[in-house]
Design a protein around this ligand. Structure first.
Ligand code: NAD
Ligand code: IPM
Ligand code: MN
Length: 356
C-alpha cells in the first residue's frame, strides 16, 4: 500500500480553519482509495512566535524537509505586524519556500459557470476563464541583495540570473504545450534591466525550444488591465515573484473571491501546497472562511503524490458543491467553512462521479 508523510502547517487566522477541511478531505480520500497518509501538524508563523519565540522553528523545517509534501494554511496577522527581519511571520514563509527549493508556484484560476454570477466582471467577460499563473518563487525582489533599511533609506534588489529565468520559462512553456499552447510572459522591460534580461531569455527559449507555443509579452501594468478586460483569452502566464504575487490576487477577483484560489509549488526537494490567500484577520475565528482554495490545494497535493484519482475526486466535489449553490459568505452564500467541507466530501465520496 502506498504510504505518504505530509507535514501540515495550519498557521494563523483562518489558516487552521481552512486546513481542517483540507486534512479531512485527504484523510477521507486515503480511506476511499486505499493509500496511507500520515498528516502531522507543525507550528509556523505567529503561533510559533508566541510559543517558541521564532516564526519558523527548526523542528518545523526539519519535518518539512523529510516529508513527501507540505500543506500550509496561512500565516501572519496584525498581532505580529510590528515584528521585523527574521521574526516576521512572512519571513518564515519565505524561508520555508527557500528551504524546500520549489521555484515554480502554480496558481490556477478557473471560473466555473456557477460562479460567473459572483464575479464583479460582466458575465460575457469572465465566462470561460481558465488560466494558470506560473509565479517564480525563490528569486527576484523577494530575495535579492543588497537589501536593508535605515531611518533615512531603504533598498531592495530585483535580481534574476539567466539560469533562473530559463528554468521557470521552460517549465511554463512545457505547461502551455500541455494546455492551449499560449504563453504570456509578463515583465516591466520598458523600465527595468532585470526585465530586459527576462524578456530576451524567454524569447530565445521560444525560438530554440518552443516555436510551437504562441508567445506574447506584456508589461505588467498592461497585464493587470488585460486580466480584467479579457481574462478568458489567457492560457499560461509566466512572471517574476513580485508581479505574480500581485497579479494572482487581482485574478482572485475573477471568480468573485480570493478564497477559492489554490497553489502548488514545484521544482524543489519537497512540494508545497497552499491556498493563495492570507490569514484574513477580518473574518478569522468566525467559521465562515472559504475552504475551497485549501481543498483545491489538497487535490493538487494528492495529484502530485501520484494519487490522481483521489485528487480528481476532491476537485469534482468542490466544483459540484459550487454548482449546487453551496457557497460561503465571500461568494454571497450562507454555508459555513465546515458545511462547505461536508458538501465537498459528500459529493466527492458518497456517490460515484458519473452519477452526480
Ligand atoms: P488576505 O488574503 O488574508 O485577505 C484579503 C481579503 O480576502 C480579506 O477581506 C479576507 O477576508 C478575504 N479572504 C481571504 N481569504 C479568504 C477566504 N478563504 N474566505 C473568505 N474570504 C477570504 O490578505 P491580507 O488581509 O492582506 O493579509 C492578512 C495577513 O495574511 C497578513 O499578515 C499577510 O502578510 C498574510 N498573508 C499570508 C499569506 C500566506 O500565509 N500564504 C498570503 C497572503 C497574506
Ligand atoms: C502569497 C503571500 C506571500 C507572498 C507573503 C505572505 C509572504 O502574499 O503567498 O501570495 O508575498 O508570497
Ligand atoms: Mn500574495
Amino acid at each position: 500500500m502506498a504510504s505518504y508523510q505530509v507535514a501540515v502547517l495550519p498557521g494563523d487566522g483562518i489558516g487552521p480553519e481552512v486546513t481542517r477541511e483540507a486534512v479531512r478531505a485527504i484523510h477521507t480520500a486515503s480511506n476511499e482509495f486505499g493509500f496511507k497518509v500520515s498528516l502531522e501538524e507543525w507550528p509556523i508563523g505567529g503561533c510559533a512566535l508566541d510559543a517558541y519565540d521564532t516564526p519558523f522553528p527548526d523542528a518545523t523545517r526539519d519535518a518539512c524537509l523529510v516529508s513527501d509534501a507540505v500543506f500550509l494554511g496561512a500565516l501572519g496577522g496584525p498581532k505580529w505586524d510590528h515584528e521585523t527581519g527574521s521574526r516576521r511571520c512572512e519571513a518564515a514563509l519565505l524561508s520555508l519556500r527557500k528551504a524546500l527549493g520549489g521555484f515554480a508556484n502554480l496558481r490556477p484560476v478557473l471560473v466555473p459557470e456557477s460562479l460567473v454570477g459572483s464575479s464583479p466582471l460582466r458575465p460575457e467577460r469572465v465566462s470561460g476563464t481558465d488560466l494558470l499563473i506560473v509565479r517564480e518563487l525563490t528569486g527576484g525582489i523577494y530575495f535579492g541583495t543588497p537589501r536593508g533599511m535605515t531611518a533615512e533609506n531603504a533598498c531592495n534588489s530585483m535580481v534574476y540570473s539567466r539560469f533562473e529565468v530559463e528554468r521557470i520559462a521552460r517549465l511554463a512553456f512545457d505547461l502551455a504545450r500541455k494546455r492551449k499552447g499560449i504563453l504570456t510572459s509578463v515583465d516591466k522591460a520598458n523600465v527595468l534591466e532585470v526585465s530586459q534580461l527576462w524578456r530576451s531569455v524567454v524569447s530565445e527559449l521560444h525560438r530554440v525550444e518552443f516555436p510551437d507555443v504562441d508567445l506574447e509579452h506584456l508589461y505588467v501594468d498592461n497585464a493587470a488591465i488585460q486580466l480584467i478586460l479579457r481574462p478568458a483569452q489567457f492560457d499560461v502566464i509566466v512572471t517574476a515573484n513580485l508581479f505574480g504575487d500581485i497579479l494572482s490576487d487581482l485574478a482572485g477577483t475573477l471568480p468573485g473571491s480570493l478564497g477559492i484560489l489554490p497553489s502548488a509549488t514545484m521544482g524543489g526537494r519537497v512540494g508545497l501546497f497552499e491556498p493563495i490567500h492570507g490569514s484574513a484577520p477580518d473574518i478569522a475565528g468566525k467559521g465562515f472562511a472559504n475552504p475551497a482554495g485549501a481543498l483545491l490545494s489538497a487535490a493538487m497535493l494528492l495529484e502530485t503524490l501520484g494519487e490522481r484519482d483521489a485528487g480528481a475526486r476532491i476537485r469534482h466535489g468542490i466544483f459540484h458543491s459550487l454548482d449546487r449553490g453551496i457557497l460561503t459568505r465571500d461568494l454571497g452564500g450562507t454555508a459555513s467553512t465546515t458545511k462547505f467541507g461536508d458538501a465537498v466530501l459528500s459529493s466527492a465520496f458518497e456517490r460515484s462521479p458519473s452519477t452526480v
